[in-house]
Design a protein around this ligand. Structure first.
Ligand code: CDP
Length: 218
């Protein structure tokens, strides 16, 4: 059982994915963390995230037990920008494809399936997923959410910078040649601009139920 949840930055897909995984007793993989870890590894080694060879080396060195995957530094905007640069490197995507497929084949903790969230889960990583959601919202709403999230974490942020960074990352993610951000043809598109987290969750549960017959256990 695989549930694919894709969408742009700060669309609410991370919160939703964790809640869906908890509700259905499935393992959750936030695939953005993998790209962030690769980006931060390259920066720490003094490299350029857009350098294919350096990015590929860092991606092949990543395994599920790597301590960098649990570092709070991965949440910073610098990490997000580095992530979206390494994410355009084909060898990085190939290395992380293996990582992600291994997760779906052997979900940790013996879970009966998994929820993966990212940009290309429904289109490239798991095109055969049992249910696919594409979670989105207007760029202004997403920038506002990201601003709140950064401030809650005590990270100072300037509203116009957050909006510009989000637009730059949207453009890079949607226009890259490999695995660009786009909804799969069979994805259920959920625009969360005017919905709160509970409404988004209810709609997602209804869709997943209709596709898989699963009912929340928690
Ligand atoms: O949390 P947020 O939505 O801001 O970003 P994220 O999901 O952590 O992803 C960070 C970056 O990694 C994105 O901007 C993408 O460039 C890249 N990414 C990707 O290319 N494919 C994925 N499956 C997940 C993330």
């Amino acid at each position: 059982m695989v549930i694919a949840i894709d969408g742009p930055a700060a669309s609410g897909k991370g919160t939703l994915s964790q809640r869906i995984a908890d509700a259905f007793g499935l393992a959750h993989l936030d695939t953005g963390v993998l790209y962030r870890a690769v980006g931060v590894s390259v920066l720490r080694a003094g490299g350029d995230p857009a350098d294919n060879a350096a990015a590929a080396r860092a991606a092949y060195a990543l395994d599920p037990d790597h301590p960098i995957l649990r570092e709070v530094e991965l949440r910073t905007d610098a990490a997000a920008q580095a992530a979206s640069k390494v994410a355009a490197v084909p060898e990085v995507r190939a290395a992380l494809l293996d990582f992600q497929r291994r997760f779906t084949q052997h979900p940790p903790g013996g879970a009966p399936g998994s929820v993966l969230d990212g940009r290309d889960i429904g289109t490239v990583v798991c095109p055969e997923a049992d249910a696919k959601l594409f979670v989105t919202a207007s760029v202004e709403v997403r920038a506002e959410r990201r601003l709140k999230e950064l401030r809650n974490r005590g990270i100072p942020a300037i509203p116009s910078d957050v909006l510009e960074d989000m637009k730059a990352r949207d453009a890079r993610d949607s226009q890259r040649a490999v695995a660009p951000l786009r909804p799969a043809a069979d994805a259920f598109v959920l625009d969360t601009s005017a919905l709160d987290a509970d409404e988004v969750f209810a709609r997602a549960v209804a869709h997943i139920g209709s596709k898989t017959g699963l009912r929340p256990t928690a």
